[in-house]
Design a protein around this ligand. Sequence first.
Ligand SMILES: NC(=O)c1ccc[n+]([C@@H]2O[C@H](COP(=O)([O-])OP(=O)(O)OC[C@H]3O[C@@H](n4cnc5c(N)ncnc54)[C@H](OP(=O)(O)O)[C@@H]3O)[C@@H](O)[C@H]2O)c1
Length: 281
Amino acid sequence: MWNALLAFLFIYIHSMMKTVVITGSSKGFGLAMGKEFLNQGYHVAFSGSNAQNLNRAISSITFDGEKVASVLCDVRNCGDLQNLWDMIFKKWGRIDLWINNAGVAQKTEKLWHSSTVDVKNIFDTNLLGAFCGTQVAVNGMLKQGFGKVYNTVGFGSTGMTRTGLNLYGTSKHAVAHFTKAFANELKGAGIIVGTLQPGMMVTDFVNAADGSIYNKSEVQNIYNILGDLPDAPAKYLVKKMIHNNTNGKLLTWLSSSKVIFRFMKHLFVKRDLFKSDAHQK
Ligand SMILES: NC(=O)c1ccc[n+]([C@@H]2O[C@H](COP(=O)([O-])OP(=O)(O)OC[C@H]3O[C@@H](n4cnc5c(N)ncnc54)[C@H](OP(=O)(O)O)[C@@H]3O)[C@@H](O)[C@H]2O)c1
């Protein structure tokens, strides 16, 4: 009798715990957000397309076994995203937040040099992956009756263009557009869809892009002025996501006032984010 009651209480308490699913959370910004959600008491599902990266991520965090799940999910495959929803919903019985964060950088080159393989990989990961992830999460959340979906955008989402980065920029511009469209179409449905703008972060994304302008000193200079390791934007944006109750909201880390402040601070304090190995954590 007592055992049954305790088992019931255990299941009840766990079913009341808030949960978050983050695609592309085996490294960088996604991993940093996952760690911050754990600090905030959430159950966190980490995922990525590479088993080695995912295992390394899980072994880098300290957690109570019940609070973390790890699921291999290649966002280029919509079936993987549906499987991610189904597995986590079955495990924890609810998904409060879903973040489409998986993304790849582009080789820095002019558009007419881009190979079909690169074009397909960037659009399949950054655009199709985020679109299918949003569809899967919105459909699941409409059935459960609540939830929030956020899509990570980056360079290009505001319409800015730059030689060599336009393929990536096109993908993120499209993500910003469809996220806004989902939010409009979901008005009154009780589901929140929003955009995350984490600014400029020194992660594998910028650090390891072979042959990219990111390896050149002028790009490192601008990252050293305006950029961050992913932990600070993650900490800030996780709190914003948890507290935001407005549909269609853009949550931004690197505001215009922060940009001005950082340019002024740079006159007196120099940083070298590229020397740190923290981005590999
Ligand atoms: N770094 C920046 O300055 C910056 C600025 C603005 C926005 N962003 C955006 O922030 C997000 C995270 O970037 P990051 O800087 O943290 O880069 P990162 O360290 O390279 O992390 C990218 C994550 O996406 C995953 N991923 C890549 N391809 C995938 C696929 N096909 N399926 C599932 N997961 C995949 C990676 O894991 P696996 O490789 O193991 O699959 C990894 O977990 C991206 O959407 C990026 O566009 C970055």
